[in-house]
Design a protein around this ligand. Sequence first.
Ligand code: KG4
Ligand code: ZN
Length: 373
Amino acid sequence: MTVLALETSCDETGVAILHGRNGESKSELLASEVASQIAAHEKYGGIVPEIASRNHLVYAPRLVDRVASSVKIGLSEIDAFAATNGPGLASSLMIGASIAKGLAIGFGKPYLAINHLEGHLLSPFFGSLEKGNQIRPNVSLIVSGGHTMLVLVDGLDDYRLIGRTVDDAAGEAFDKVGKMLGLGYPGGPEIEKQARSGDPNRFDLPRSMLDSESFSFSGLKTAVRYLLPKLNVIPSRGDGEGPRDRSLDHRGPMRDQSPSERSFAFAQDDKLLADLCASFQQAIIDVLVRKTIAAVQKYRVGLVTISGGVSCNQELRRQLGEACVRGGFEFKNAEPWLCTDNAAMIAFAGLLRVQAGFQSEVTEEIDPNLALV
Ligand code: KG4
Ligand code: ZN
């Protein structure tokens, strides 16, 4: 069974071809390509939907051709076509889903509409399934740019929500704080880089809703925003929060701070930026680790998985991994290249689904707010 999948839910165009046999634990990734649009959106400080969909329209057909010819496979030899059908940007989702549907109709093969979050959730099992393709029960922490959720997984298509964020996602908080600090987009990898040489205990930032199964990261972001002027750093404009709040500046009306002025503030204290990043990152990690461990203790499944872009973060992986060892739980994470958006995870979800007898109607519409549970 060979599946071709497209992922165009946001600002990465991904196409992948995956081959697997029913009942066999190993699937073989024949090709996976991602065309990143970060450069096209960076100057706007965030994703511009119109630009994203225009780029998908340019890249997706080229990538389909490229992956097929790189593995010397004719599109007629593909057994099923899959695409992300939500959640994500409507005009971006439409591009990948329309191409997959067109190919499925044209070649008379099944079409599989895949939930992007299911792609993330299954990614820790990529290439390492056990016992006849079974997804073992686990507590799954999905941490991406748009979502932060804990899910109780009993098997394929058997998901129960434990908790989700009531405001910002963890990745969104990384991106917004990264922007305040003038670190560019996306903020997560930059903050992680800075944090490596920083002191995570220097700034005492809030850990919200610790005793709940839900998450909240907007208070943490706001705490950083209030802290910065006290350190003579004026948060960069356009950090996704609308008009600026002048009351934040304790020295009078706020004005914008140029990158060189901001770096002057950071140069006055050469540990400041690293310590801020490390303290912020640790606040996020503490919350994620504590709630995940509480969930796996409560639901007694013995296995923790983590997925989504934020799970690239080495410090998060290390600390959650260590907490699992201490608690006697197994811990699985996907390789970093599988954590951020890609089509291999969509192909994997498609393969498992088609092997389990699922198929979607080509009339199935994309859904920007598609829920996993
Ligand atoms: O899963 P993903 O690629 O896209 C969505 O589905 O949203 O996640 C992107 C998010 C961004 O917010 C980005 O800042 C974050 O993942 N991210 C990280 C790291 N790498 C990516 N956050 C923290 N540390 C990282 N190393
Ligand atoms: Zn994602």
